[in-house]
Design a protein around this ligand. Structure first.
Ligand SMILES: NC(=O)c1ccc[n+]([C@@H]2O[C@H](COP(=O)([O-])OP(=O)(O)OC[C@H]3O[C@@H](n4cnc5c(N)ncnc54)[C@H](O)[C@@H]3O)[C@@H](O)[C@H]2O)c1
Length: 266
């Protein structure tokens, strides 16, 4: 399926750079947004230096776009005002631009950290209550809620991907459960961008087929991608000792008070 014109926010970032290179041959036009200046690397690339907090700039960049992959934002724990501005307000601007300019699909980068306080021994699906493991997770809960609102109220087609640990390979014990390989990340993103137009709203974990994963794989009727990589095959690369079974909560060290306390007043 041709992708038409695809906008990627956060295109200068880790995932954005990988996606950009992979989608370049598949899209008629790629509109690449980031606050960091980018240079076009092919004739079908259109680069825009845009701060997601600037609603008119976001709307002008998204005019005429068929699909939006919204990756831009603060990707980890930070003071709440920063997360609200970049992640929540930024997502609102992207959804508003999509509503006003008529984009057919918006894919939102959510995070596994919206459910980081569920026990590691519990296979968790997207219909369970959120239990964010920090302020970053709270901001992604709001990202998903905005997506749901725009789907329910304005009929936008929105898919939220709760991205696992996007890494070239597993490097810590938690990754044995949470790893998302670049190949699987691309598979999920492609499936989300090309899901049938009638898809109204989907939330799914984007995780590799890890033997020790604690998140459900997507319902194939909602998101047609079956991951292929398993962190277990690369367990020898992870510095040990490895836990025999699940311990603690899914967020691991991210769920510890200190991880958030350093962004709060002493
Ligand atoms: N990498 C992971 O393992 C992972 C896991 C879960 C969720 N995610 C989510 O996926 C997305 C991409 O993650 P990443 O690892 O590539 O992050 P990244 O930090 O490498 O990329 C994010 C990009 O967004 C841009 N950005 C930040 N604030 C902006 C603003 N106000 N205006 C315009 N651009 C802005 C940055 O310049 C950066 O290029 C993020 O939304 C992140 O929360 C990532």
């Amino acid at each position: 399926m041709g992708l038409g014109t695809v906008a990627v926010t956060g295109a200068a970032g880790t995932i954005g750079s990988m996606v950009r290179a992979a989608l370049r041959p598949e899209a008629d036009r790629l509109v690449l947004l980031d606050r960091v200046p980018l240079r076009p690397e092919a004739g079908n690339e259109d680069v825009r230096t845009v701060d997601l907090r600037d609603a008119p700039a976001v709307e002008s960049a998204l005019a005429g776009v068929d699909r939006v992959l919204h990756l831009g934002g603060v990707p980890d724990e930070a003071p709440l005002p920063d997360l609200l501005e970049a992640n929540v307000l930024g997502t609102h601007h992207v959804l508003e631009a999509a509503r006003r300019t008529g984009a057919g699909r918006v894919v939102l980068a959510s995070s596994n950290r919206v459910t980081g306080f569920h026990p590691a021994g519990h296979l968790t699906g997207p219909r369970e209550p959120v239990r964010p493991d920090g302020l970053y997770g709270v901001s992604k809960v709001a990202v998903e809620a905005l997506g749901r609102l725009y789907a329910d109220k304005f009929g936008l087609s929105v898919i939220c991907l709760r991205i696992g640990s996007f890494e070239p390979g597993p490097t810590e014990p938690r990754h044995l459960a949470t790893w998302l390989s670049p190949r699987d990340a691309l598979g999920y993103i492609r499936a989300a961008l090309t899901a049938p137009p009638a898809t109204r709203f989907v939330t799914a974990y984007a995780v590799s087929a890890n033997t020790r994963r604690f998140w459900e794989l997507p319902d194939l009727a909602e998101l047609a991608y079956v991951p292929v990589d398993d962190a277990e095959a690369r367990a020898a690369e992870v510095p040990g000792p490895l836990p025999a079974g699940p311990t603690g909560v899914q967020g691991g060290r991210y769920a510890e008070p200190g991880f958030t306390l350093r962004h709060l007043r002493p």
